[in-house]
Design a protein around this ligand. Structure first.
Ligand SMILES: [Zn+2]
Ligand SMILES: [Zn+2]
Length: 148
C-alpha cells in the first residue's frame, strides 16, 4: 500500500500529536513543522539546515529551539541522531535500522541498507560486562563523485 504524500504527512503529524499528548507535552506548530521538514527531506540534516529550511514558516525561531525540538523528536522515537564523526550531529527522519556512509571530502552522508554482522562484537562487549542497546556502523571514505 502506498500513501499519498498528504496522507503520509497527516499520519506523521498524528503520530507526533499522540506521542506529545501521551507525555502531557504541548502540540505546537513548531514541533509539527520541524518533523514535517525532517520527513520531507528524507535525508540527514543538521540543526542549521533545518533552521534554514523552516525559518520562512516559523519566523523568528532560534537555533537552540530547533535543536531542542530535534532532540525531543529523537527522544520520542520519531527521528534518529547520528554522529558521523564530522563534529556536527545530524538528524535522520528515517528511524528504521540502517547504516551510513560518509564522504571524508565533501561530507555527503548516505543511507546503507544492508544488515551487518555485529554478533562477535556484541559478544565481546558483553564478556566485559557491557550491555549493548544499539550498534551502528559509519563507513568513511570517498563518495562516488569525489572518488571519480
Ligand atoms: Zn564526496
Ligand atoms: Zn539515514
Amino acid at each position: 500500500m502506498t500513501l499519498s504524500h498528504t496522507d503520509q504527512e497527516r499520519s506523521s503529524d498524528q503520530e507526533l500529536i499522540e506521542l506529545l499528548r501521551a507525555r502531557g507535552q504541548r502540540v505546537t506548530s513548531q514541533r509539527l513543522v520541524i518533523l514535517r521538514e525532517l520527513r520531507r527531506r528524507g535525508r540527514h540534516a543538521s540543526a542549521d539546515q533545518v533552521l534554514a529550511a523552516v525559518s520562512s514558516d516559523l519566523p523568528g525561531i532560534s537555533a537552540p529551539t530547533i535543536y531542542a525540538t530535534l532532540e525531543l523528536l529523537v527522544e520520542l522515537g520519531l527521528a534518529r541522531k547520528i554522529d558521523v564523526g564530522t563534529g556536527v550531529s545530524l538528524f535522520d527522519g528515517r528511524t528504521e535500522p540502517h547504516q551510513h556512509t560518509v564522504c571524508r571530502r565533501c561530507g555527503l552522508v548516505e543511507d546503507l541498507d544492508e544488515p551487518f554482522e555485529v554478533v562477535s562484537l556484541i559478544g565481546a562487549a558483553e564478556q566485559h560486562g557491557f550491555r549493548v542497546d544499539r550498534a551502528e556502523v559509519v563507513l568513511s571514505g570517498l563518495c562516488r563523485s569525489c572518488a571519480a
